[in-house]
Design a protein. Sequence first.
Length: 224
Amino acid sequence: MNVAIVVAGGQGTRFGGHQPKQFLEIHGIPVIIHTLRRFEPSQQIERVVVVLPAVDVDEFQILIEKFALKKVWRVVVGGETRAQSVKNGLAAIDDAHVVAVHDAVRPLVSASEIDAVVAAAAESGAAILVAPVSDTIKQVEAEKIVRTVSRSELRRALTPQAFHFQILRRAYQDLEQLEATGIEVTDDSFLVERLNLAVTVVEGSARNLKITAPEDLAIAEALW
């Protein structure tokens, strides 16, 4: 069995306003519902664990029925950071072959991208979705450019990111100690890389944007 953890544990404070960004609407439907609908036709994912702020769990149960989300298996409460929310989601899974972690605010991922990443992880143990870097990248020190970085060797990390269940669980074992040192864990691959394991990349679409600011929501609505 392959399981997806869809992470929406935060309050979206960077976005502004009083409503978490995962519950903002695109064409009258909450962002998180658009995202979860992408997993419904997936051939690789059987079940989905949704991680939410505690205050939203009860209301979300209504949305599951309203939008007939058949793969949503469990809804759990998130932590103070994204990584803590993922760990809470992992704790809700007794056993699985591959676990795919996806940001709830990436509603434009395709089912084919989900399946490609999970299939790659099933074979290699770890795989993430990536997209090319289109801008010219400069390395800066003391407000001066020290070099121009070749784009050919750079990729933007997207989600989903998928791993053998035991690998991901081992990667998250020391999360509390790591975060206590002040290190920000922004994606799951970072923790797996710390185990000195190779992570396969699967080329995805630049359309798979993360909604973190009002302009991102406008772009997502235009792309729909």
